[in-house]
Design a protein around this ligand. Structure first.
Ligand code: 4MI
Length: 399
């Protein structure tokens, strides 16, 4: 029997506005279609079940990142930007840059930031409690990372808002060259130049993540040319992702008020509540790999040089893996979720993301009686990120 002729196929477009508005029925259809599915529109393979997503994430030798983690195959097309020295690489090259980032973003490094981050979260929530209502996307889920992350990097003051459109471009660039991508990159040049400038040693303070990355030149771990590129990775990956994660947590806690009450009774659950929001909404919805050899997935033959799309969000709600996956449950055992990826490329900033999530949710748990959605939430569409454009919110004070 020729497996290739019977492999499941789908004409779904997972980079369309209709899909982004409600991806869940398509996720279910793709999971149910089989362990691996041909996406006929793009001529690629896709995995949407937990087990297969997990397998692909954990086999970098077969499923390479070096040909790009977007739809574009760097072996066939010129990359849209200079490839990342960590995201878009394989071991052993990958491990050299990764080692530096592991150290810069280590548990010890997080300890030095916790107090500052918690104070910033308390101040922001106190200010928002004084407002009748506000849009929680710009005023909380964007404002908080922008208040703490550029300082942690050691960026100069001014223009820090550019990090948002820059991230929007890069995360759109992992998808097809559709309207979302074209609109995002229309005025890319000045923002790209700005990011490159911010990554230089002389722009960065002496005590931030940026300086610590540049210090790896003196130890011989990075070349002088590589250091700004590794700083660029932090500037790319560090803002839009946490914005989306915080927005996810706020939206979950507002939609599942009984879960917010459980959090209020035990603010120590803040970290778990954030983690469950990352599973539930999966801010980074998709990434690609490229096969380095012919390989079988669930009896289906894939050739060498094939793009494989991993639906992280579908894996995080796969009923084969999770009980009641559509429930936001802060007491759930979320271990194993793929919202931060897995394997050698697992999110290197995940401790920083969790710290941000934890301090914001702790502040809310201690100070707020109830989150009320006071207007229609709107989604923000992006080829990779799932997030919100607007979340009109009122914070009710504890009396
Ligand atoms: C998973 S998000 C992300 C990670 C790394 C980079 C960009 C986005 C990069 O440029 O290295």
């Amino acid at each position: 029997m020729d497996f290739a002729t019977v492999s499941p196929s789908s004409d779904a477009d997972p980079f369309s506005r209709g899909f982004f508005a409600d991806p869940f029925p398509t996720h279910a259809a793709l999971r149910d279609a089989g362990p691996v599915v041909r996406l006929s529109r793009y001529g690629i393979w896709a995995v949407a079940r937990y087990d297969e997503v997990y397998r692909v994430l954990n086999d970098w030798e077969t499923f390479s990142s070096a040909r790009g983690v977007g739809l574009s195959d760097f072996a066939k097309e010129k990359p849209w930007r200079l490839p990342s020295l960590v995201l878009e690489t394989d071991p052993p090259f990958h491990d050299r840059t990764r080692k530096v980032l592991n150290r810069v973003l280590s548990p010890a490094a997080m300890k030095t930031l916790r107090e500052k981050f918690a104070a910033a979260a308390d101040a922001l929530v106190d200010a928002l409690l004084e407002r009748e209502s506000f849009d929680a996307v710009p005023e909380l889920s964007e404002a908080f990372p922008l208040a703490v992350f550029p300082d942690a990097i050691g960026m100069p003051p001014g223009d820090r808002h550019n990090l948002l459109p820059y991230g929007n471009m890069v995360f759109n660039s992992f998808g097809p060259r559709n309207d979302l991508f074209n609109d995002a990159v229309r005025d890319a040049a000045p923002v790209m130049a700005w990011v490159q400038l911010q990554s230089q040693r002389d722009q960065l303070s002496d005590d931030g993540f940026g300086a610590q990355i540049h210090a790896a030149v003196a130890t011989g771990e990075l070349t002088a040319g590589e250091a700004p590129m590794v700083v660029r990775s932090l500037l790319t990956a560090g803002v839009d992702t946490t914005v989306s994660g915080l927005g996810a947590a706020l939206f979950c806690l507002a939609r599942f008020p009984e879960q917010f009450q459980i959090l209020r009774e035990n603010p120590g659950l803040a970290r778990a509540a954030f983690e469950e929001a990352v599973r539930f909404e999966t801010p980074v919805q998709t990434f690609f790999r490229t096969t380095t050899r012919p390989v079988e997935i669930g009896g289906v033959h894939l050739d060498e040089g094939e793009k494989v799309l991993m639906f992280l969000g579908a894996a995080n709600r796969d009923p084969r893996k999770w009980d009641l996956p559509e429930e936001y449950d802060i007491a759930r055992k979320t271990v194993g979720h793929v919202g931060f990826g897995f394997g050698v490329h697992a999110c290197v900033g995940q401790l920083l993301a969790r710290l941000e999530g934890e301090v914001v949710l702790q502040a809310l748990a201690r100070k707020v009686a109830r989150l009320e959605i006071v207007g229609a939430p709107r989604r923000r569409f992006n080829n990779t990120l799932r997030g919100l454009e607007s979340l009109p919110l009122k914070l009710h004070k504890v009396h």
